[in-house]
Design a protein around this ligand. Structure first.
Ligand SMILES: Nc1nc2c(c(=O)[nH]1)N[C@H]1C(S)=C(S)[C@@H](COP(=O)(O)O)O[C@H]1N2
Ligand SMILES: [Mo]
Length: 332
């Protein structure tokens, strides 16, 4: 499928890369300081402080959610090893194919109706539940986590998410021992979600469905975001609730989730159905495994230059730098 996930048409220059060890050393350095009681704010790492809403133009500001106050930063995820991406970039450089295939998604997605919202959770669970909008921000304790974010298209950001671990929802619904996989379905209504302009040429398998093995969902990193940069999620990021899996490519993180189902068998998933040899079900960030049409060994840092063609380039790290949390899921 040549139209899907259109690749960067430029080459990533080797000269722009820095060694992986620089990232790891910095990460260890930050951990040591945090352990020694030197607050992240002293290092200028306070995530909300980086929202810089004053710099945001009025059109973008209108798309931002309402403040989520007194959310506790999770001290284990205070530092993404790189500066937090400024919101002016993160909230305008989106993928959300229901609202088109261009970078006007941030505007087009404002049509998404998010209130009321219901998230239905069922399948192989003891306590099937339907959560409403208030449940999503009040039922589970919210925390802030700064995560690295890597798209399969070889760009990367660092985002301060607000939300709760997927594990909290697992405990609420109690999957039965037969549940081996989980599917996550995004909002879809052809009257609201026109799809990309080139859709006429394809038969896209809507709705957008993503999936995980249940052990992946139970991993400490797996997160449901209901906010970012100190506020509720803007529609372009998948309001009111989206998946965040920082060790996997971004397409695994379905947006605007309406349904979660616990299953015996692996579910069919969106990009995997479109092009199975390009978009694997597992889709972990693996720099040594190229996409059939481009290398995955490096990534462009969103917003780090005046335009996407001169963004800084950095090496990609196995599991996007989260191997200490997830490697045991994959027998390494
Ligand atoms: N429902 C839905 N979820 C989606 C997508 C999409 O097109 N539809 N795109 C995915 C891709 S490819 C990426 S990289 C991320 C982008 O998230 P962001 O726009 O919040 O940065 O969302 C993922 N989730
Ligand atoms: Mo992506």
């Amino acid at each position: 499928m040549p139209f899907t996930h259109i690749p960067p048409s430029w080459q990533l220059p080797d000269s722009a890369a820095t060694p992986e060890t620089a990232f790891w050393n910095r990460r260890r350095f930050i951990k040591t300081l945090v352990g020694a009681g030197i607050g992240a704010s002293a290092l200028g790492l306070n995530a909300c402080g980086q929202a810089r809403n004053g710099d945001i133009d009025p059109a973008l500001r209108q798309t931002l959610g309402r403040p989520l106050n007194s959310v506790r930063p999770n001290p284990d995820f205070r530092d993404g090893g790189r500066p937090i991406t400024e919101q002016v970039h993160a909230s305008r450089y989106n993928n959300f194919y229901e609202f088109g295939g261009t970078k006007n998604i941030w505007q087009n997605a404002q049509k998404l109706p998010t209130d009321p919202w219901t998230l239905e959770v069922g399948g192989l669970v003891n306590n099937p539940r339907t959560y409403d909008l208030a449940d999503l921000t009040r039922r589970f304790p919210l925390e802030e986590r700064v995560y690295r974010f890597r798209c399969v298209e070889a760009w990367a950001m660092v985002v301060p998410w607000i939300g709760f671990p997927m594990r909290a929802l697992l405990e609420d619904v109690e999957p039965t021992s037969d549940a081996k996989f989980v599917s996550f379905t995004s909002f879809y209504d052809p009257k609201v979600t026109p799809g990309p302009a080139w859709e006429f040429a394809l038969n896209l398998p809507w709705p957008y469905v993503e999936g995980l093995r249940i052990e992946e969902m139970a991993n400490e990193l797996a997160f449901f975001a209901v906010g970012l940069y100190g506020r509720t999620l803007p529609k372009q990021h998948g309001a009111p609730i989206r998946m965040v899996l920082p060790w996997k490519y971004g397409f695994k993180g379905g947006k605007s989730i309406v349904k979660i189902e616990f299953l015996r068998e692996q579910p069919a998933t969106y990009w995997n159905m479109i092009s199975p040899n390009e978009y694997k079900f597992e889709a972990n960030v693996e720099p040594e495994v190229p996409h059939p049409r481009w290398s995955q060994s490096r990534e462009r840092i969103v917003g780090s230059g005046t335009n996407p063609f001169n963004w800084e380039v950095q090496p990609t790290v196995i599991y996007n730098g989260y191997g200490e949390y997830v490697a045991d899921l994959y027998g390494v």
